[in-house]
Design a protein around this ligand. Structure first.
Ligand code: DHB
Ligand code: FE
Length: 280
């Protein structure tokens, strides 16, 4: 049987990817950011999953505004890094897991999540920066990845609670997959940030730390956060935190926090990172 063995959440700031690609990780500005990922980089070597279900958002890279799926499941054999305006990142092709993706598509639609199936999709910094943060610069990514893109860029976005329910359905679907696979679920984006408008640069550490604190065992409160709460408290891009709730729900009721990191700022964003493990 497949099982969800751990969950990871992390911000996915594009400048972090550029710092890695351009060899700047030890510069004064960046060194404290990358230091926050050393623990998880070591930990995952002993906990290597077969597959990562990577819950992220596309930033009008693969899905321009002519098509806006609420939930888009990557069903391709491989996914190329997207060209986000400066050429594609020099990172490996992402290989999918079509058997588990097909099973997820079937189970989640049966569970009344009306997914969009992506038979072709380039993946942007929302997906590749977290892979770089955890795995560095390998020739090939050491895991298969099933991308699951959530719309957070165009209103109407799904609610926090809907994302929670999706995560719970993912947990059930993984548990019903007959092959013996170790699966991690990752949620990327956040924490507080706003990239545009009069409040550009907004960061709210109180909100972020409270979100991290509640992620282990006060999740009912996080499920109630509204779109307007996210906008007011965490800035226009703070809504990316709904991807973290998919990850958290996929771990089941009781979890243990193994590691956390919080740092302000990287580019325009409060960087948050947490590693959680289901308690049996
Ligand atoms: C930044 C953060 C993001 O999450 C993103 O998608 C783009 C830019 C930033 O802080 O620059
Ligand atoms: Fe983003």
């Amino acid at each position: 049987m497949a099982r969800v063995t751990a969950g990871i959440a992390t911000s996915h700031v594009p400048a972090i990817g550029a710092a890695i690609d351009l060899g700047k990780t030890q510069e004064e500005y960046w060194a404290p950011v990358f230091a926050g990922y050393e623990w998880a980089k070591e930990w995952i070597k002993g906990e290597m999953p077969d597959v990562v279900i990577l819950v992220y958002n596309d930033h009008a890279s693969a899905m321009m505004l002519d098509i806006v799926p609420t939930f888009a499941l990557g069903f391709a054999e491989e996914f190329e890094p997207a060209d986000e305006g400066w050429g594609a990142r020099p990172v490996p092709t992402v290989y999918g897991h079509t058997e588990l993706a097909a099973h997820l598509a079937e189970q989640l639609v049966i569970d009344e999540f009306d997914l969009t199936i992506m038979n072709h999709m380039d993946v942007d910094h929302g997906l590749t920066v977290p892979l770089s943060l955890l795995f560095g610069q390998p020739e090939q990514w050491p895991v298969r990845v099933i991308p699951l893109a959530i719309n957070v860029t165009q209103f109407p976005t799904p609610s926090a609670d809907r994302c929670w329910q999706l995560g719970a359905a993912i947990r059930d679907a993984v548990a019903a997959f007959p092959e013996d696979l170790k699966v991690q679920v990752w949620g990327t984006g956040g924490m507080s940030h706003q990239l545009q408008g009069p409040r550009a640069g907004l960061i709210n550490p109180e909100f972020d730390v409270s979100f991290l604190d509640k992620l282990t065992d006060q999740t009912d409160e996080l499920r109630k956060i509204t779109r307007l709460d996210f906008l007011r408290e965490a800035g226009s891009e703070g809504i990316e935190l709904i991807m973290w709730l998919v990850m958290r729900a996929a771990l089941g009721e009781k979890v243990e926090e193994l590691h956390r990191f919080y740092h302000v700022p990287a580019s325009n964003t409060a960087v948050g990172h947490i590693v959680l493990k289901p308690r049996d």
